[in-house]
Design a protein around this ligand. Sequence first.
Ligand code: UDP
Ligand code: MN
Length: 430
Amino acid sequence: MMSLSVLSLPQRYKRLLQAMTLAVAVVYMTLLLYQSAYGYPNFQLQPQPLSSSSQLLDGNEPAAITTTQQLQQQQQQQQQQLQHSLPPTTQTASSFASSAASPITPSLIIRKDIHSFNFSDIEVSERPTATLLTELARRSRNGELLHDLSQRAVTATPQPPTTELDDIFISVKTTKNYHDTRLALIIKTWFQLARDQTWFFTDTDDHYYQEKTKGHLINTKCSQGHFRKALCCKMSAELDIFLESGKKWFCHFDDDNYVNVPRLVKLLDEYSPSVDWYLGKPSISSPLEIHLDNKNTTTNKKITFWFATGGAGFCLSRALTLKMLPIAGGGKFISIGDKIRFPDDVTMGFIIEHLLKVPLTVVDNFHSHLEPMEFIRSDTFQDQVSFSYAHMKNQWNVIKVDGFDLKTDPKRFYSLHCQLFPYFSFCPPR
Ligand code: UDP
Ligand code: MN
């Protein structure tokens, strides 16, 4: 005290400052020691066993409570796995080719030519951002779902959402001449399991079948006939009406397809509609190679891509169709078909694989009549998504299935339907 009293004023301030610095340092060190020993409140650094009441709820081995940070990391990892891993029993078309012993490595060829090819009037410039999705959501009639999708694009979802039948838009391409034969057969069989979700795209008004389908017959006003323009016109209408529907999945089928409805739902449940998915089956063992006119040079541009055969059926996630919207929506699908001069399913592959760079994921459970139907084993019928039939050169390409005789059921769909769903009224009592 004595010494303090004889210190000059600046010296006293200096001492005071030193003392304050020391005090702050001591407080800081104490806090640090406390945190490392006890941690923050509500922030457990060590995993701890669940309480006994939670164990009762679960019944399994005790789980661990993790930190919020760990949880977020886990969620991000799950999200990454979700986006990058393929569900079991599926493969991309490129790996499909290599497993089919094809020497071609299609993905390489596709990626390489993308940068050099000038197709600027329809080439996609950039990926839609969250803002574009939000804008789309605002404009859409079913804004709620789109908004939900745009939210999912920016925030992590730990699990893919569960898919129900009502999340699917099933479109069937048909034509006036096939109403009494193909359409009638579908209506009697698998349509009964998805009456509210299935829509028929035809080229005429037909009051009889309009009534039979409870208003699910759409006259596209496209021309009748099995030529490229007419087929692309119908596919364009299918896509546009799906986009307006707000459903999560778009699945196209031909009118000579049998769709195993519960299996289709199960298939789509393995994928997330907010991730780009192009699910189907090619009918060729190597990617399609086409030559496009290049406006700027006299040379033709060669490109290769995979496409899912329309006659086997294919499905697109809503996320993917939203990316297609600016280039192929509102009837623009037809212009692209005109430009490349290929049928609707090829045009679809061109848009998705070539323009949008989303690879086809091969699902073997889709079947067109381009494959021999008799080789599908009857004990696997339940696991197939689609079937088909064809009558060529006086021979039927149909599945081998017990049931009605060949005269009553030449296409075998009634017999198949009774194997899968024996409780239907026209099925024989078991
Ligand atoms: N199709 C059509 N207009 C026609 C002929 C066929 O829209 O004039 C449709 C038909 O309803 C089916 C698809 O095109 O959904 C394929 O027709 P089809 O099975 O006769 O021929 P494929 O191409 O399978 O040999
Ligand atoms: Mn066909």
